[in-house]
Ligand binder design. Structure first.
Ligand code: TXA
Ligand code: MG
Length: 349
């Protein structure tokens, strides 16, 4: 398959290009497109062949469900069996934006649309390109992140091309994704019975932000295990470069000292996932030193993390030592992805 790449202005998407992409979606094709979080790989959610094509292109396990992307809140009624009051409040506060909510699915939806689950996840992205694509196609767009399964999510069109060229119809190149980490996934499916909403995947919409809106406790899913994953996608090795990643946690000066000690003990090619404030403290003759962003502005680390992980592969690093960040605010989402990339390996400095 020939994959067409179209450049698109993120602030003023060209109508002609958008019409072309929307025709591909409506015709059952696959289009990768920018969202404010990461790039998504979209198809008409109600077209079974197109829907299954997403799994084939990504090499995604069949039991991992997709997020339904909408541009108009009224579309939610046809997807969710019920919309709890707290979900309405969250939608009002954070849609369009990087929040996905898991609802009981409407009984009219076919089983294949939800990987056999009784729930369905829905998100309204804020990216103008994503919204125009949804509106112009007239479809609900099912879209996972536009990476090959197992790789870090792509935050720019070049990484989508690297993974999916030849496997999908079109890539809309709207520049780098703003947030850089996937949306917060919030389970509200039992909220109508009074159960607390549960964050299955932390993201840019934080627990603190959600609690401030609803005045209720919002839980962070804690009981993750291979048998009982937070959400089906969480049980797969994710976000991981080919290198073995080790997160180093503690006070910042001790982290730097510990990483330098670890590098000198490591015989194979090393990488260091640093920050703007610390990068100069490492020997770039010994290791590939890559800064994800600035500690003073953790949102820049969020935006740079996945690209940094992919660059370690290009640098041929076999082991990557990664500096931990404080876990407040967006830090919770950053550390969630970093520890996942490390397969849980965290050492104390
Ligand atoms: O920011 C994002 O969410 C991006 C952009 C493209 O919207 N999409 C994304 O999709 O990250 P994906 O498929 O890579 O991740 C979706 C996550 C997976 O871990 C999946 O298991 C979980 O959401 N999920 C989807 N439907 C679910 C459901 N009904 N119940 C529990 N978890 C669900
Ligand atoms: Mg993904």
């Amino acid at each position: 398959m020939n994959t067409e790449v179209l450049k698109i202005s993120p602030d003023a998407p060209e109508p002609e290009a958008m019409r072309k992409a929307a025709r591909v979606i409506a015709g059952g094709g696959l289009v990768a497109f920018p969202t404010e979080t990461v790039y998504g790989l979209g198809a008409d959610a109600f077209n079974r062949a197109a829907f299954e094509g997403i799994y084939r292109a990504k090499g995604r396990p069949a039991d991992n469900p997709l997020i339904m992307h909408i541009a108009d809140a009224s579309r939610l009624d046809a997807l969710a069996a019920e919309i709890p009051d707290c979900a309405r409040a969250f939608a009002k506060a954070f849609w369009p934006g990087p929040l996905t909510m898991v609802f009981r699915k409407d009984p009219s939806l076919p089983d294949w649309m939800s990987a056999g689950l009784k729930t369905i996840s829905v998100r309204m992205p804020s990216s103008l390109v994503a919204r125009r694509l949804i509106e112009r196609s007239g479809c609900v767009i099912a879209a996972p992140s536009a990476n090959s399964s197992g790789k870090p999510s792509p935050t720019n069109a070049a990484r989508v091309y690297e993974d999916l060229n030849g496997k999908i119809d079109m890539i809309l190149d709207g520049g780098p994704a703003e947030v850089g980490l996937e949306s917060t996934v919030l389970d509200v499916s039992a909220a109508a019975e009074g159960a607390a909403p549960v964050i299955l995947r932390p993201g840019a919409v934080t627990k603190e932000m959600l609690e401030a809106v609803c005045g209720l406790e919002v839980r962070l899913f804690a009981g993750e295990s291979p048998e009982r994953p937070a959400s089906p996608g969480m049980k797969y090795r994710h976000y991981a470069p080919k290198a073995e990643v080790v997160v180093v946690a503690g006070e910042l000066d001790k982290i730097v000292w510990k990483i330098n000690a670890l590098v000198s003990e490591t015989a194979c090619k090393t990488g260091i996932l640093a920050t703007d404030e610390t990068a100069a403290f490492y020997d770039s003759a010994k290791s590939a030193v890559i800064s994800a962003g600035s500690r003073a502005r953790p949102e820049t680390v969020a935006a740079g993390l996945f690209e940094a992980l992919r660059r370690f592969d290009e640098a041929g690093a076999a082991v990557v030592y990664a500096e931990a960040l404080p876990e407040d605010g967006i830090g919770a989402a950053i550390m969630n992805r970093m520890v996942k990339a490390a397969g849980g390996r965290v050492v104390k400095a």
